[in-house]
Write a protein of this length. Sequence first.
Length: 346
Amino acid sequence: MNKPGYLDYILDQTQKILSIDSPTGFTKNVAEYVMREYKSLGYSPKQTVKGGILCEMGEDAYSKDALCLEAHVDTLGGMISQITDSGRLILTPLGGLEPNNTETENCKIYTRSGKIYSGTMQMKNASVHVNNKYRSTAREFDTMEVVVDEKVNSKEDVHLLDIRVGDIVCFDPRTVLTESGYLKSRFLDDKVSVGILLGFAKYVKEENIKLPRKVYIYFTVFEEVGHGGSGSIPSDVTDIISVDLGCVGEGLTCTEYQVSICAKDSVGPYHYDIVTGLIEAAQNGNVDYAVDIYPHYASDVDSALTAGHEVRHGLIGPGVYATHGYERSHKDAILNTFLLLTEYLK
C-alpha cells in the first residue's frame, strides 16, 4: 500500500473540499463535488432526499451485517437575521458558530438571486480610536455585524443588491498546509474526514481490497444542527462508525498526531464492542491512537440512535485542536485515521 500516495490524495481532496462553502442548509455545491469524485473512482453514489450522499462498497461481501461509515460535509456559518438602518447585516448562527471566533473574518454573502458579495464580520463601532468600550464589549451576535463591501448606507441600499433576510453568509476557511505537515483551517470539522473517506474509497478500489462485509459511505448534510445521521440508514446496517473529529485539549490524551477513539461523549457511551474492536485494530496495525471522553460533543451516530435505529455505534477521528474555531491538525493524525480504517476493515 502506497501510504504517502493516499495521504497526498487525502490532503489534496480535503483542501479542495474546504474551498467549497457549505454551511448547514447550503451544501449542494460540495455534495455535487463529492459525488463527482466518487464516480471518478468507479463508484455509484446516490443522493438522499435531504441532500446527503450514500455510496455502497464491498457489495460482493458475504456478510449481511453491513457497516456504515459516516462523515458530514456541512459546516458552521451564518444567516442574515436583520438588515440595519445603516446597511449592516446581523447574523444568526448556523450550527455552533461562535461570534468571538468570527471577528474581523472575511465572508461571502450568497443571495437567492445568485449574486455573491464580500464582507467582513466586525463588532459594532469597531474603531478603537472611537469606541472606548471596544475591549469590554462582549462579542455576541447582537453586538456584531457584517460590513458589506459595497457602497451601502441604508437598508434600502442593501435591498437594491438583492440581499435579504435568510441569505447565507459563509466565512473564509483560511486553509494552510505547512511544510511541517500541519493543516490549519476553519471547517476541518468535518471536511478532513470527508477527505479521509475519499482516500479510503480510492485505496479499496486501487488495491482491489475484498472487504469482509458490505460497507456504506454516508456523507450527511445536517450534522451541525443535530439531525444529519437520523435518516437514510440502509436497512442491512448493523454498525455505524462516525468519522469526525478527535478532540484535543485539557483533560484529554489525544494529540494532533493521533487518531482518537471516543469511548463516551455528552450523549453517552459508545458501544463497548465497537470501541474495543477499534482499539484492537489500532494495536494490531501499530497505529498511533488515543482513547478519550468528549465532554461537549455529539455525533451523527448519536442522532441515528436517537431516531430509533437499532445499530451498534462508534466514533473516531484525527486529533484536531481549537474545534469550531480556527482548527489545526497534522498529517500524522490524518494518516493514522486512514490506517485505522484499513486495519479495522481487513
